[in-house]
Design a protein around this ligand. Structure first.
Ligand SMILES: [Zn+2]
Length: 341
């Protein structure tokens, strides 16, 4: 049982400046705050904040093996610190645990980007879990028996619901096939990680059309293959396309504004910020695809209701609607605190 709020306040905090989630005595998660152990939940920019400082200051940096490789590939570590990063890194797999100074750290799988993990810490007779960013699918392990659940709140308001979320892939694949038939070429724009997720969706649907991509997207795709995603048949942009009658090009979201809209290709833009329709045509040759890596409002509530924590702490240091989520949870009988206030 929670003996007092004071105990919890000593064991969990979220620092507004560094955005570090502080758990127990040793751990700083996704931000730098002069703790012994830095945890990286996944390789998105808002979760590697202050990483170079942590590499200098902390005794160890803990992440999953895939996140370790992605963090290096995406250039988050200064070149001069790469040897230290290597030496201090501890790679922890899902469902494994490690003891730091009497505090137990465990990782649990979650659907977000490849390598993403949830964190569970057992300390001073309390069990504290942090979801980090997540989407609620069968691949997300729901942590139970928690005294405290720390949760993200990106879409924490009831207006952010995607009743159509199960239909997105069907629509997208139909339009993709139509685009390939009509133009022979489809260009997909999205962020690192989400592009690879879409590649996997396409392959899972039995479409083996060649993929072309720049060097960076190529390297990330090789990493996701190494960790078990079957992509195959992908090439660097410099590969001679005369051998292909049809192909799909993957480009970073930054290039979407320069896309061709003169009738030679069909464009796909992968976005998490679409709540009206599963797919939407924005010009004659471009479709927005509502492919999100974050739980919508209903999924956030479902996680809490299945997890049944004694207290919910909602992260207010990153984007989202923490106060709406706290209000909605309280309406449903949960005790919820927004941190930092
Ligand atoms: Zn993320």
């Amino acid at each position: 049982m929670l003996s007092s709020m004071n105990d919890i306040c000593n064991l969990v905090n979220i620092d507004s400046d560094s955005k570090a989630i502080l758990i127990g005595r040793n751990f700083e998660v996704d931000g730098f705050c002069k703790r012994n152990i830095r945890i990286i939940t996944h390789a998105h920019a808002d979760h590697v904040i202050g990483l170079n400082k942590s590499i200098m200051y902390s005794k160890h940096i803990v992440s999953t093996p895939a996140t370790y490789e992605l963090v290096s590939e995406l250039g988050y570590v200064n070149n001069s610190l790469k040897p230290v990063y290597r030496t201090k890194s501890i790679l922890l797999d899902y469902f494994n645990r490690i003891d730091f100074d009497g505090e137990i750290l465990e990782f649990y799988p979650v659907e977000h980007i490849i390598g993403s993990t949830q964190v569970r810490v057992l300390t001073d007779n309390y069990v504290i879990g942090y979801t980090s960013d997540f989407k609620l699918t069968k691949n997300t392990f729901i942590m139970k028996d928690l005294d405290v659940l720390i949760i993200e709140a990106t879409y924490g308001d009831p207006v952010w619901r995607r009743p159509f979320k199960n239909d997105v892939i069907e629509y997208a694949i139909d339009i993709l096939n139509e685009g390939l038939k009509k133009y022979g070429r489809v260009v997909v724009y999205g962020y690192y990680g989400k592009l690879q997720e879409f590649m996997k969706i396409i392959r899972d649907r039995g479409i083996d059309t060649p993929f072309l991509m720049n060097d960076k997207i190529y390297s990330i795709t090789r990493i996701v293959e190494k960790y078990g995603w079957r992509i195959g048949n992908f090439y660097r942009l410099t590969f001679n396309t005369k051998y292909f009658d049809k192909y799909i090009v993957f480009e970073h979201m930054n290039k979407a504004k320069y896309r061709r809209i003169e009738g030679s290709v069909m464009n796909f833009v992968l976005t998490g910020r679409e709540f009206e329709e599963p797919v939407r045509k924005i010009d004659e040759y471009t479709w927005l695809i509502a492919l999100s890596d974050h739980a919508d409002f209903d999924e956030l509530i479902n996680y809490v209701e299945i997890s049944q924590p004694k207290l919910v702490i909602i992260d207010n240091s990153r984007d989202g609607y923490p106060y709406s989520l706290a209000r909605e949870l309280e309406k449903r009988g949960w005790k919820a605190i927004v941190m930092p206030p």
